[in-house]
Design a protein around this ligand. Structure first.
Ligand SMILES: C[S@@+](CC[C@H](N)C(=O)[O-])C[C@H]1O[C@@H](n2cnc3c(N)ncnc32)[C@H](O)[C@@H]1O
Length: 260
C-alpha cells in the first residue's frame, strides 16, 4: 500500500444497536449529546487554529461575524449546493469542486489536521466555490442552511461507531435524518457509501423510516459518473474489499398519513 493510501481499520461486518441506550441518546440529542469535540456552545477554547481569514474555513462559534457573513452570503447565492460530511483526506470534494465551478460546496471534517490540509489544498487550487469546517456537521447544518437549499449530501464511508456506547456519534440517527430531509430540495440526493455490510442495512432501514425517502435508487449513480474515489474507497479497491453506494432521492412530497 503506498504512503498516499493509508491503511484503514476493518471492523466487524455486522452491526448492532442497543435500543435502550439509543433512546437515552436521543432524549439528550438537542443538548448536544454525541457531538464530536463536545457541544461547541459550551466549549471554553479551541486548541488548534484554523487557516486565517479570509481563507474559506470556519467554525460557527469561533469565526468572526464578518467571516460568517461571507459564508452565509456564499450559501445564500443561487445554484446547486453540495455538502460533504466527513471529507477525510479530501480527494473527492477537492476534485468535485474543481470539476464543477458552477456548483457550491461545503465540506465538514472534524479532524483538525485533515481539515487544515483540506483548506490549504483548496487555497492552492484556487477553489472559490468550497468552504470547509472542522465543526460537527450535525451541529452546523441546521443552523446554517435554509430548508430545501441543498442539492446533494455526500456521506462517504462514514465511521460506523459499532459500540453501543458510541451510538450517539452516528450520523444516521432519526433527528439528523430529519434535518437532511428538511435541507434537501425535492429531487435532491443523499449519496452514501460504506464497506460494512451490516451498516448498509442499518442505513437503509434508518433513512427509509423517514417519509421523505424511499428505497435507494442505483440508477442515480449516473449523475456522479465523474466522481473520483475517496481515500477509503481506494484502500478498499487496493485490498479487494467490496463496498456499496446508496442513492436516496428526497421525495417531492411526503406521503400523507392514512386516515385513521
Ligand atoms: C472513515 S472516514 C472516511 C473519510 C472519507 N470520506 C473517505 O471515504 O476516505 C470518516 C470521516 O468522517 C469524519 N466525521 C465523522 N463524523 C463527523 C461529523 N459528524 N462531522 C464531520 N466529520 C465527521 C471523521 O473524522 C473521519 O475522518
Amino acid at each position: 500500500m503506498s504512503a498516499s493510501h493509508p491503511v484503514y481499520r476493518i471492523g466487524p461486518d455486522t452491526f448492532h444497536t442497543d435500543p435502550a441506550r439509543l433512546e437515552q441518546t436521543l432524549a439528550r440529542y438537542d443538548e448536544g449529546k454525541g457531538l464530536i469535540g463536545g457541544d461547541p456552545r459550551r466549549r471554553p477554547q479551541w486548541l488548534h487554529p484554523l487557516p486565517s481569514e479570509p481563507a474559506r474555513a470556519f467554525r460557527l462559534h469561533q469565526s468572526s461575524p464578518e467571516h460568517l457573513q461571507r459564508l452565509r452570503a456564499f450559501l445564500a447565492a443561487g445554484g446547486p449546493l453540495e455538502i460533504e460530511i466527513g471529507s477525510g483526506r479530501g480527494e473527492f470534494i477537492l476534485d468535485r469542486a474543481a470539476r464543477h465551478p458552477e456548483r457550491r460546496f461545503l465540506a465538514f471534517e472534524v479532524k483538525w489536521k485533515l481539515l487544515r490540509r483540506l483548506a490549504e489544498r483548496a487555497e492552492r487550487l484556487g477553489l472559490t466555490n468550497l468552504w470547509v469546517s472542522d465543526d460537527d456537521a450535525r451541529y452546523d447544518l441546521p443552523r446554517l442552511l435554509a430548508p430545501g437549499s441543498v442539492t446533494v449530501i455526500h456521506i462517504l464511508f462514514p465511521d460506523p461507531w459499532w459500540k453501543p456506547k458510541h451510538q450517539s456519534r452516528r450520523i444516521f440517527l432519526p433527528p439528523f435524518i430529519a434535518v437532511m430531509a428538511d435541507l434537501l430540495q425535492p429531487g435532491g440526493i443523499l449519496r452514501v457509501a460504506t464497506d460494512v455490510p451490516g451498516y448498509a442495512e442499518y442505513i437503509i432501514a434508518q433513512v427509509t423510516a423517514h417519509p421523505a425517502f424511499a428505497a435507494p435508487r442505483p440508477e442515480l449513480a449516473a449523475a456522479f459518473a465523474d466522481a473520483v474515489p475517496t481515500s477509503r474507497q481506494a484502500f478498499c479497491d487496493a485490498i479487494g474489499r467490496p463496498y456499496q453506494y446508496l442513492y436516496f432521492e428526497r421525495l417531492a412530497a411526503e406521503p400523507s398519513a392514512p386516515p385513521s
